[in-house]
Ligand binder design. Structure first.
Ligand code: HEC
Ligand code: HEC
Length: 197
């Protein structure tokens, strides 16, 4: 990749916030208590933010504020954040080394869905949007978040929520279409695989 493209990606990744301020603003009792000091939440039901795209984190916080995304705890946590708070906190977590999983066994079914999708069902591969090993990408202003190495129980909850229509804040409902095309045992296999990337 050319140097220019790489630095542009860096800017998109961390956003315009101030990571030093963000570290203080997200201090233990507010966000780090649950999401981890370095954004690697230990509780598998809570998402990691380490190395996540800042713009994605900000969008989720805005969606919790507006009601476009629902969750009892996070709606309260996001309620009084200003736009500057969101940008700073997001910059802090985005600047941490990207979340990393550990693949513990072969999982050919999930690997195939992840890398190739299933043309028979018009199911696009996860990789085509979320990038190699699910480490995320940005294209035409749409942020495809990091999912590789994300916590397993959190991933399962999100895929089930997309499938049931409980979560519907993705552009053009892409994730609802993807998740609806997946059988429950495929979701099980995928979250096992993706959390290990
Ligand atoms: C008491 C625990 C707790 C605290 C404190 C907390 N969170 Fe969360 N957060 C969660 C849980 C649980 C979820 C998963 C919500 C879901 O399942 O949809 C979440 C989800 C999120 C998401 C969505 C991430 C994604 O990958 O889509 C963001 C962004 C977020 N939190 C930011 C914050 C920020 C910023 C703070 C501090 C102001 C904070 N959280 C405080 C528990 C917490
Ligand atoms: C057509 C593009 C596209 C494809 C294909 C796709 N995704 Fe997504 N996905 C997205 C977008 C865009 C978002 C961000 C939604 C938002 O902004 O809230 C997302 C979000 C997610 C999230 C939520 C991440 C978080 O931190 O909460 C998970 C989990 C996810 N995708 C898993 C998958 C899996 C597994 C596959 C393959 C079976 C897949 N996606 C295929 C576009 C796609």
């Amino acid at each position: 990749m050319a140097a220019d493209a790489a630095s542009e990606t860096g800017v998109q990744h961390a956003g315009a916030g101030d990571p030093v301020a963000g570290k203080l603003k997200s201090d233990s009792e507010r966000c780090q208590e649950c999401h981890g000091q370095d954004g690697n939440a230990e509780d598998s039901r809570i998402p990691k933010h380490a190395g996540q795209f800042a713009g994605y984190l900000v969008k989720q916080l805005q969606d919790f504020q507006s009601g476009a995304r629902r969750h009892e705890i996070m709606v309260k946590m996001a309620a009084d954040l200003t736009p500057a708070d969101m940008a700073d906190i997001a910059a802090y977590f985005a600047g941490q080394p990207v979340m990393q999983g550990r693949l513990e066994h072969e999982n050919p079914r999930a690997k195939s869905l992840f890398e190739s999708g299933d043309p028979a069902r018009e199911l696009a591969s996860c990789e085509s949007c979320h990038g190699k090993n699910g480490k995320g990408r940005v294209e035409n202003g749409v942020i495809y978040p990091v999912i590789g190495g994300q916590n397993k129980l959190y991933l399962r909850r999100q895929l089930l929520n997309w499938k049931l229509g409980e979560r519907k804040n993705s552009t053009e409902a892409v994730m609802n279409k993807v998740a609806k095309a997946l059988a429950d045992d495929e979701i099980e296999a995928l979250v096992d695989y993706v959390s290990g990337l």
